[in-house]
Design a protein around this ligand. Sequence first.
Ligand code: PAN
Ligand code: ZN
Length: 193
Amino acid sequence: MTDRHPMRPFGAEIDLGTGDMLEPERITVRKASDMRGYYADAGALERLIQEGSDPVHYQVFEKPVPETPGNLMYCISKLMPGVVGDEFFMTKGHYHAVRETAELYLCLRGEGFMLMKTESGECTAEPMKRGRMVYVPPGWAHRSVNTGDDPLISFCVYPAEAGHDYGDIEQEGLPKRVLRVNGRPELVAAAAE
Ligand code: PAN
Ligand code: ZN
C-alpha cells in the first residue's frame, strides 16, 4: 500500500540571536543591480552599484518543501540596512500569484515596516521590530522596508502553492514610500513617476 503522506517530518535550526537559518538549502540573493526601477532616485542606486561594487541588498534562506496545497513554505528574509538617496532599503514586493493566500512574518531582528497594498489601491504599513508578528491577509501585496541600522530579519510562513507575482509592483510601485526625513523614517505618498 502506498502512503498517502510520503513526506517525512523534519526540523530546521534558526539562530534566534542573529536570525540566521542554519544550513539553508536554497539562498536567493538580490543585489542592488536587481533593484533598478524600484527606487525614486535612480541615480543614487547607480552610484551605490558602481561605488559599492553592487552590494547584496537582501537574501532569502529556505529549506524548500513541495509547492503543493497543504504544505507550508517558510523562509528567513534578511534585508540589509541603508538608503538609496533618501529612501530606505526595501524588498521588491509582490502579490502571491494565488491571491487567496496569506503570509505570516515574525520579525527576529532589526526594525522597519511591512508596506502593503491591495489591487484596489488601499495602502497601509505595519511596524516591524524584534518579536512583532505581521499578518499579511490574502490579496495584499507586501514589501519589507528596513529603517534601522541592523539587518531586518523575519521568519516568514505561507501556503506553499502561493507563488510570487511581481508584475504590478515592478511597473507601478506602491502608493507610499518610506523616506528618511530629518534622520527619521516617514511614510510619504509616492510621486507620480
Ligand atoms: C518573502 C519574500 C522575501 C523577498 O519570503 O519573498 O522577503 O521579497 P521579494 O520576494 O518581494 O523580493 C515572501 O513574502 N514570500 O512570499
Ligand atoms: Zn509573500
